[in-house]
Ligand binder design. Structure first.
Ligand SMILES: [Zn+2]
Length: 228
């Protein structure tokens, strides 16, 4: 039996929230883990923080940390992040470092894998429960991470759904973080083929770039140098 905490009586709580004692720290860590699960952070990425990223990510990490620190400012304009680069360059690690930082700060976030999102969304169209609609949920969350854009084929239906999601979030000043394997010009070409008119394709592409800070992840394929 340890000593009773003078600040919180070992309840783990004081007036300002979790106490700084061992009991308080344990409760804070448990609450953090619960909020990560609610946010859909995959188990592999729950331990990712800015201080344990691979050194190859130092440069984009500095900018990403700057984004997390200034989040309340970015929220006013709905500014998000677009992390671009080839597969295996640590885009998801970096995005999750931002999310985990913001979860710790009490922000409500949601992680979605773009491919899984489309699968769930098209399955939900067969049901008539709007509250369970993945699009509805992704539109409404304060900060959304869309991981792995460009891995799947951008069919007409998917592009329309993507546009509905991004446009809704844009109009409501909700920041979105996107990790993308495909160059933006490919998005533009796909949109142009689909929509036919230059201005709409341009509008969506500029929506992706103008309301997001663009960070590039370059270098070696980290999957070949990271163990496990
Ligand atoms: Zn205490």
């Amino acid at each position: 039996m340890g000593e009773v905490c003078k600040k919180c009586g070992s309840t783990g709580w004081d007036d300002s929230g979790f106490c700084s004692c061992e009991v308080g720290k344990r409760y804070a860590a448990e609450r953090f883990r619960e909020r990560q699960i609610e946010a859909g952070i995959p188990p592999r990425h729950r331990g990712v923080r800015f201080d344990n990223l691979h050194e190859q990510l130092n440069q984009p990490a500095e900018a990403a940390r700057g984004f997390a620190n200034a989040y309340q400012e970015h929220k006013k304009t709905g500014t998000g992040l677009l992390l671009s680069g080839p597969v295996g360059r640590g885009k998801t690690w970096l995005a999750c470092a931002v999310l985990n930082e913001l979860i710790a700060a009490g922000i409500t976030v949601r992680f979605i894998n773009v491919n899984d999102f489309f699968t769930d969304y098209h399955a939900s169209l067969k049901m008539e429960r709007r509250y369970a609609d993945p699009l509805f949920k992704a539109q409404g969350v304060e900060l959304l991470l869309m991981d792995d854009l460009g891995k799947e084929n951008l069919s007409e239906a998917k592009l329309k759904t993507l546009y509905a999601l991004l446009n809704h979030r844009y109009d409501n000043l909700r920041p979105t973080i996107i990790t993308a394997n495909l160059p933006l010009k490919d998005v533009y070409v796909a949109l142009y083929r689909l929509l036919g008119e230059d201005t709409t394709a341009e509008a969506i592409t500029s929506r992706l770039t103008q309301c997001n800070k663009v960070l590039y992840c370059r270098g070696k394929d980290l999957r070949t140098i990271r163990k496990g």
